[in-house]
Design a protein around this ligand. Structure first.
Ligand SMILES: [Mg+2]
Length: 165
């Protein structure tokens, strides 16, 4: 396989579902604010009428933060759980016939992007904040695309095709 083909085969095609991480992807837990570019990104994706899932670590406090910051209605599902993220919780949101139409977006390459890859989904690593220098340990689980801000993430997604629900 030529270099060009191997890059092409890794790019993100049609998107039907996006699964967002919350902490340090859309939400700054230190300042308790949304990260710059969140609303623009969520608004753009909402206009594409795809399924949007927010999946994060936390409990009741995080559900309250999602409501307080006014982003609850962008999502079809908001799911918070304590502890390590169990890949099983993502499975209901990934098409069994076409898992590659689901995209995971997260700030920790060893968390959401790796789980997404294991489940056959596509992944975007938002390389920002505390875990920006934490590279994936497993070369087979590298993110499909890396951006350094939510603004760059929006610019990238503006070039992708969506399959509305
Ligand atoms: Mg995170």
């Amino acid at each position: 396989m030529s270099m060009e083909q191997s890059i092409t085969s890794q790019t993100i095609g049609m998107i039907k579902t996006i699964i967002f991480d919350w902490k340090r992807t859309l939400y700054d837990p230190d300042k308790r604010t949304l990260i710059k570019g969140s609303i623009e990104l969520l608004g753009f994706l909402k206009s594409k009428r795809i399924s949007m899932v927010l999946m994060g670590k936390g409990g009741k406090d995080m559900y309250q933060e999602v409501s307080r910051l006014g982003v609850k209605n962008y999502f079809n599902h908001v799911i918070f759980a304590e502890g390590t993220k169990d890949p099983k919780v993502f499975i209901p949101h990934i098409s069994s016939t076409d898992p590659g139409k689901t995209v995971f977006i997260g700030d920790r390459t060893r968390s959401e992007p790796e789980i997404g890859k294991k489940l056959g989904a596509k992944t975007i690593w938002v390389k920002q904040g505390k875990f920006a220098n934490e590279e994936s340990e497993d070369s087979s689980l590298q993110p499909d695309h890396t951006v350094t801000s939510l603004t760059s993430c929006l610019q990238f997604l503006q070039k992708i095709k969506f399959e509305s629900n």
